[in-house]
Design a protein around this ligand. Sequence first.
Ligand code: SF4
Ligand code: SF4
Ligand SMILES: [Zn+2]
Length: 339
Amino acid sequence: MRRRASFWRKSDSEIVCVLCPRNCRIAPGKTGFCGARRNEDGILYTLSYGAVVSWAPDPIEKKPLYHFWPGSSVFSIAAPGCTFSCLHCQNWSISQTRIGRVETEEISPDELIHLTKQYGCQGIAHTYTEPTIWTEYAIDVGKLARAEGLYNVYVTNGYITAEALEELGPYLDAANVDVKAFRDDFYRKICGVSSLKPVLEACEWMHQHKIHLELTYLIIPGENDREEEIRDFCRWVREELDPEVPVHFSRFYPHYRMLEKPPTPVETLERAHKVAKGEGLQYVYLGNVPGHQYDNTYCPGCGSLLISRYGFSVLEFNLEDGKCPGCGRRIRVVGKFSG
Ligand code: SF4
Ligand code: SF4
Ligand SMILES: [Zn+2]
């Protein structure tokens, strides 16, 4: 759906898009890198407002969000396109395409709320590709969701400007941000952007503005798995965010243009878990390893098993009034458990 965009400025005959830190300069008749925003006669239009390429009701644990409305179902939607071009993108068929080259279904914010309720979901997740590119839509959805008692979450690469976050933040309840590595050269070589810094700044902004935040770090053998890099990442979480921010180290499987790498050895993930715990992080998970003990939540105080999971299902939920039944410690979980 074509709509006048927010987040841009004029610069001579061009437009500078300030939605993501790429800050594309867009000439008349052209679109920016993501393909979702076009300069038409000196006005920037968003082409992806409500243009849904994929939708499904999912468990919130699949996002992954483990400390946010556990056990709930979330209506998950995506626009075609992305601000990155990751060589290992799992969803490349919808992220590395452009609006117009793939079939989409127009879903207005009102219709989306209706669908969310019809499917018995407790909220909406903008996910699968990169939600930043339809932030105007996510804001309108978030306003309606808030009024209906539904939550609104982003699963994002975190490449979004503070200016956009200022507008979106009031209607965003939670985010899972991919910190894809802790070195700029990874972002340059694998993701096609120059720096990791804007991602870290977006995480810090969200945390400071009390948006529930969880982080995913996908470990790729030989690319971002060095102990020193993992340690730097964990120290940043502890010092610039909070040791209670949940961290998901996720297992890589070959996809798209990174087919030559093997899946991440489970021992590598376990080593990262050990480093993170050693650095004082309190909730550290291993993703894409179903049945692993570190898919569960343990009390950082006494070690009691608080939430056990298998795949994306919650098997046991042992918190009592938000506290550990073993030692009474308060455990940071937003929302109620849907058993
Ligand atoms: S949102 Fe799209 S058009 Fe805007 S700066 Fe980012 S990549 Fe460029
Ligand atoms: S940021 Fe996510 S959706 Fe975009 S290309 Fe990278 S892995 Fe794919
Ligand atoms: Zn305890």
